[in-house]
Design a protein around this ligand. Structure first.
Ligand code: XMP
Length: 508
């Protein structure tokens, strides 16, 4: 498989660069600059290398650098932003700081003929974000683009197939960014674009079929997208030697446990053990109101249940985890000492004895995981579902958790989701919260004293920040009417209009 190396110098767009390359049918691998050597790069047979941006200045003592020999191995290189300046620096050019003046945002770009700018018009718009600029060209390079204030917005040494762009071709604000990346991948590197999801499924299944011959494989299934897709893919590879354990902690959404069972046992005919552990979890949670304590108890009990089940099942050789690419990249960033190992099922491998961990999705982005899920025949509702926290409804029931409260919340939450979905509204995440507040109401001629349900719906790209969703009043009204009519013990509904920050998405 042809591969492009995205050499990461700490830029904020490294994942986006890899994503843009993959969109064109070429596999991209991100590596932090300090985790790969020049020799490894040579051995890996990359078709091309992209240097990412980064927050530093090339002359700073602490700024990330790489072995300048990378420019002489004959593999095409494209440097973006800091990567462009780094190439100039490595090749003997001069970089200057524009002082307090930064070029930021949409900027007119003037390009000259060059392999990188095939079919890019002489004038177009690009996205800039820099203070430093290349002021003295290295030998063998020529300027291939300028802007009003940047004398070297792009440079090239076409003979050595080394290119640098000060602007960001990976962001959509750069009008011809896609074309520029296309030119690099296909025109310069000679890629053929053989990265396709169907191939991924077949190749991955074949690989594990071979590697795990005769081995027994265990998978903790949460019903979430990643573990579901990993499980079905591994089922394709090892068939009945895969056993999935699905722990129902009694804090799932309405019908969720049955849905998971229907899909995996019914549709895919997989070996699935559903552990009904509602009583166990609720009894450990009884009387606990503190949010972090609740999370800890659930995490611990989850591991205990999983351990018990695997003991009953007898030995398994491998454990499947639904780790995806952003998890891998996050874990690998920074210095070795700060690496945290990422486990989807907190801590399982450290307490259990497996020959190894299998992570079939570790090269994929979330939307690619979804595409694989759909191609594998997993129902769309499951593949496209909104995120749901591991501790489940426990972080949406404020104060002590009881079965009655969990049932009340399940009903209110199902109604809210139904109302939004039937109105065709799909925010990034939307759910109901059972507050610990009771208030006075009136129904018929009688006074009531019931729970207050809060509705939460947010829009976000990354869940680090979020805004509350602007839901039409009519939709909120019908959700409120149905919840107070259909869910006993609820007599008041409020809508949460707080963004994150200062609030968080979940209430606990
Ligand atoms: P917050 O509440 O931190 O949530 O703004 C951001 C995103 O993370 C999810 N979330 C969790 N997911 N275990 C999880 O697996 C947790 O303990 C947890 N807490 C929050 C939340 O649903 C949202 O998508």
């Amino acid at each position: 498989m042809e591969k492009i190396l995205v050499l990461d110098f700490g830029g904020q767009y490294d994942l986006l660069i890899a994503r843009r390359v993959r969109e064109q049918g070429v596999f991209a691998e991100i590596m932090p600059y300090n985790r790969i050597t020049l020799d490894e790069i040579k051995k890996n047979g990359y078709k091309g290398i992209i240097f990412t941006g980064g927050p530093n200045s090339v002359y700073d003592g602490a700024s990330p650098h790489f072995d300048a020999g990378i420019l002489d191995i004959g593999v095409p290189v494209l440097g973006i932003c800091y990567g462009h300046q780094l190439i100039a620096y490595m090749a003997g050019g001069v970089i200057k700081s524009a002082g307090n003046i930064s070029e930021y945002g949409k900027t007119e770009l003037y390009v000259r003929p060059c392999a990188l700018f095939e079919e890019v018009p002489g004038e177009s718009v690009c996205w800039m974000s820099h203070t430093d600029y290349v002021s003295g060209l290295p030998e063998g390079f020529c300027v291939t683009a300028t802007t009003g204030s940047c004398p070297c917005a792009a440079m090239a040494d076409e003979k050595r197939r080394i290119f640098g762009v000060q602007f960001h071709p990976e962001v959509t604000h750069t009008e011809y960014g896609k074309r520029i990346l296309h030119n690099f991948l296909f025109g310069v590197c000679g890629c053929s674009g053989d990265w396709k999801m169907d191939d991924f499924i077949e190749k991955t299944a074949a690989k594990y079929r071979e590697e795990l011959k005769g081995k027994r494989v265990l998978c903790a299934l949460s019903g979430g997208v990643d573990s579901s897709v990993a499980a079905v893919l591994m089922h394709r590879a090892v068939g009945d030697r895969l056993t999935c354990v699905f722990v129902d902690h009694g804090l799932l959404r309405k019908n969720e446990g049955d849905d998971v069972e229907r899909v995996f046992r019914g549709k895919f005919n997989m070996k699935l053990i559903r552990v009904d552990a509602e009583e166990r979890f609720l009894s450990h949670l009884a009387g606990v109101a503190e949010p972090e304590r609740k999370r800890k108890i659930i995490g611990e009990q989850f591991i205990r249940v999983f351990e018990e089940q695997s003991r009953i099942l007898g030995e398994s050789d491998y454990l499947v985890q639904g780790t995806i690419y952003p998890d891998v990249v996050e874990s690998g960033k920074g210095d070795a000492s700060t690496i945290k190992s990422h486990h989807n099922v907190g801590g399982l491998p450290s307490v259990m004895d497996f020959e190894g961990i299998v992570e079939p999705l570790r090269e994929l982005f979330k939307d690619e995981v979804r595409e694989v899920g759909l191609k594998l025949g997993i129902p769309r509702e499951l593949v496209m579902r909104q995120p749901f926290p591991g501790p489940g409804l426990a972080v949406r029931i404020i104060g002590e958790i009881t079965k009655e409260k969990a049932d009340t919340l399940r009903d209110a939450d199902a109604i809210f989701r139904e109302e939004l979905e039937s109105a065709g509204i799909r925010p990034s995440q939307y759910f109901a919260v059972l507050t610990d507040t009771k208030s006075v109401g009136v129904m018929g001629d009688a006074r009531t004293y019931g729970y207050t349900v809060a509705l939460r719906a947010v829009t976000t790209d990354d869940f680090m920040t979020a805004d509350f969703a602007r839901i039409p009043y009519e939709v909120l009204e019908s959700a409120s009417r149905r919840i107070t009519n259909e869910v006993r013990s609820v007599n008041r509904v409020v809508y949460d209009i707080t963004s994150k920050p200062p609030a968080t998405v979940e209430w606990e």
